[in-house]
Design a protein around this ligand. Structure first.
Ligand code: PEP
Ligand code: MN
Length: 365
C-alpha cells in the first residue's frame, strides 16, 4: 500500500487527549522503577529541572534480552510511580506486555500504557492486550517492532484502534540490526517518515534513549527528531544514571534533561502563506528535477529491457558481476565532483540495479 491512507481517521490529536499544549510533548522517567525512593527522587528532580516534561514514565516489568538480569520490580512499583505522579500533578505511562499487566495498571490508576518493541512484533500478543482494553479508551503508545517492518507497527496500532481506542501514538525507538553501528538501534528515519506520509494523523514520539543507547546521543537525536517535525520525545531519566539497574549507559539526569530541552530548537512544521515565496519557487524547481529523474529512470529501464532481450537470445545470466562492478566504479568516480557521499551513490545504484534486474527477469520469463 503506497498511497496515503485514511483508515485510522478518527485518531484524536495529541493535544486533545493529553490536554497539553507544550511542544514537544515530553515523557521522562527512569528505564525501570527500582525503589520507592529512587522513583520519588527522580520524579521530584524532573519537575524541578525540566518543567517542559508533560508525562512520567517508568518500566515496571522489563523485557530483557537475556535472562538473569533485572526484570523489574513488578506490581509494587505501580503504586510508587502513581503516588509520585499524583504528588507532582503529572500523568504516568507504563509498559504492558500482557493482559495481566493491563489489569494491574488499570487497578493502580495508571494514566496511559505503552507497548514495547518486543511486544509489537507479535500480533497474537498485541491482540490479547487490545482485547483486554475493549471499551476502555486509555491512551496507548505503540513502539515500533524491533525489526524494520512498518506494516507490523501499523498493524499493532490498528488492533488498538479496532477495539475503540482513539488516543493513539507511535513511539519511534529505532530498529535492531546485526553488525556495528554507533547506535544501539539505528533510527532509519525513512520508516517513521513513511508512517507520517501514509498516516499523518498518528502522532510520533521519538525515543532517543533506545535509539542511541548512550547518554551522549540523547541531545543530537532529540534535535533531529524536532528537525523532522515529530511531536514528542520519550527520554529515560534517572536520579543517578551510573547506578541504574537497567540501561545505565543511556540514561541522563533530570538536570541534563532540563538543559537539553531548554536548548532544543523547535521549528514550525507548516509554512505560513506569503512569507516564503522563495521556498515555493525552489520547490517548483525540485519538483521539475524529480519529474525528470522519474522519466530518466523509465528510459533507463527500457534500455535495460532491450539488454534483457539480448541476454535471453545469447543465454547470458541477468547479473553480470563485472559490468556491475564497472557501473559502481563509474558512478563513484563521477560523484566526486558533486559533493554526494559514496554511501548514498552506492545505495542509489543498488536500488536502480535491483529494479533493472526485475525488468530483465520479466523478459527472461
Ligand atoms: C523501555 O522503554 O524501557 C523499553 C524496554 O524499550 P523498548 O521496548 O524500546 O526496547
Ligand atoms: Mn530502557
Amino acid at each position: 500500500m503506497l498511497e496515503a491512507n485514511n483508515s485510522l481517521s478518527k485518531i484524536a490529536p495529541l493535544q486533545q487527549w493529553t490536554k497539553q499544549q507544550k511542544v514537544p510533548f515530553v515523557i521522562a522517567g527512569p528505564c525501570s522503577a527500582e525503589t520507592e525512593t529512587q522513583v520519588q527522587n527522580t520524579v521530584k528532580s524532573i519537575v524541578e529541572f525540566a518543567p517542559q516534561v508533560s508525562m512520567l514514565r517508568a518500566g515496571i516489568w522489563k523485557p530483557r534480552t537475556r535472562p538473569n538480569s533485572f526484570e523489574g520490580v513488578g506490581e509494587i512499583g505501580l503504586s510508587w510511580i502513581k503516588n509520585a505522579s499524583v504528588e507532582v500533578g503529572l500523568p504516568v505511562i507504563v509498559e504492558v506486555a500482557n493482559p495481566q499487566h493491563v489489569e494491574q495498571c488499570l487497578r493502580a490508576g495508571i494514566d496511559a500504557l505503552w507497548i514495547g518493541a518486543r511486544t509489537t512484533v507479535s500480533p497474537f500478543n498485541i491482540q490479547e492486550i487490545a482485547d483486554s482494553l475493549r471499551g476502555i479508551n486509555i491512551p496507548v503508545l505503540v513502539k515500533n517492532p524491533v525489526n524494520p517492518d512498518i506494516e507490523l507497527w501499523l498493524g499493532a496500532i490498528e488492533r488498538f484502534y479496532n477495539v475503540g481506542i482513539d488516543k493513539l501514538a507511535a513511539i519511534h525507538r529505532g530498529f535492531s540490526i546485526y553488525g556495528k553501528s554507533i547506535y544501539r538501534n539505528p533510527p532509519m528515519w525513512e520508516i517513521p517518515i513513511e508512517l507520517r506520509r501514509r498516516f499523518p494523523q498518528i502522532p510520533i514520539i521519538v525515543d532517543p534513549s533506545h535509539i542511541g543507547g548512550s547518554s551522549d546521543l540523547v541531545q543530537p537525536l532529540s534535535q533531529q527528531a524536532m528537525d523532522m517535525g515529530f511531536e514528542g520525545l520519550m527520554i529515560e531519566t534517572h536520579e543517578n544514571p551510573e547506578k541504574a539497574w537497567s540501561d545505565a549507559k543511556q540514561q541522563i539526569t533530570p538536570k541534563i534533561l532540563g538543559e537539553i530541552l531548554q536548548k532544543l530548537e523547535v521549528c514550525a512544521t507548516k509554512i505560513e502563506k506569503n512569507n516564503l515565496e522563495h521556498l515555493s519557487e525552489l520547490r517548483t524547481q525540485i519538483d521539475r528535477i524529480d519529474d525528470y529523474l522519474v522519466e530518466l529512470m523509465g528510459e533507463r529501464m527500457q534500455i535495460s529491457e532491450q539488454i534483457g532481450n539480448l541476454k535471453k537470445e545469447h543465454r547470458l545470466t541477468i547479473h553480470q558481476a563485472e559490468r556491475w562492478a564497472e557501473i559502481v566504479k563509474r558512478a563513484l568516480e563521477k560523484s566526486k565532483q558533486t559533493g554526494l557521499t559514496e554511501e548514498f551513490i552506492l545505495k542509489l545504484f543498488q536500488q536502480i540495479h535491483n529494479e533493472s534486474i526485475r525488468h530483465q527477469e520479466k523478459i527472461m520469463k
